[in-house]
Design a protein around this ligand. Structure first.
Ligand code: DQA
Length: 144
């Protein structure tokens, strides 16, 4: 069974109460439950992590080599700042889907640029939890 790594970046542990006008009211646990249910349906195995620490996310990505067939990542604010996460994705060469709950292109200018997008297989942005669910579907298609 193909294994897919799902990474939630900084502040996503605060979902449910964090800026609901941008991120909705579902908690991270509720999102993870729906991701696990979809994984079962798609016949893939998911491992899910959340970290507020850039270096930990880099290490998680490095560890996918030989173990995971695809990555789904919401890099949170690191999307707009992290050359290190971008380099980790490029280094492992594991197909990666970037997801965002909010439409980053509709928000402040500093959110319009993603360091991750040029090394990702694709990006899903603006559909709330469906960004994750669509991202997982895309990742399972890439995880062959
Ligand atoms: C986010 C968008 C980012 O700009 C922001 O810093 C986040 C969440 C999203 O899921 O919409 O933390 O990645």
């Amino acid at each position: 069974m193909s294994r897919i790594l799902i990474i939630h970046g900084p502040n996503l542990n605060m979902l449910g109460t964090r800026e609901p006008e941008h991120y909705g009211t579902l908690t991270l646990d509720e999102i993870n439950k729906q991701l696990s249910a979809l994984a079962k349906e798609l016949g893939v195995e998911v491992e899910i992590h959340q970290s507020n620490v850039e270096g930990e996310i880099v290490t998680l990505i490095q560890q996918t080599l030989g173990k995971f067939k695809a990555i789904v990542i919401n890099p949170g604010a690191y999307t707009h700042t992290s050359v290190a996460i971008r380099d980790a994705v490029a280094a492992v060469g594991v197909p990666t889907v970037e997801v965002h709950l909010s439409n980053i292109y509709k928000r402040e200018e500093f959110r319009h640029h993603s360091y991750i997008a040029p090394v990702a297989a694709g990006q899903v942005s603006g559909f709330g939890i469906n960004s994750y669910l669509l991202g997982l579907r895309a990742a399972s298609g890439l995880a062959k």
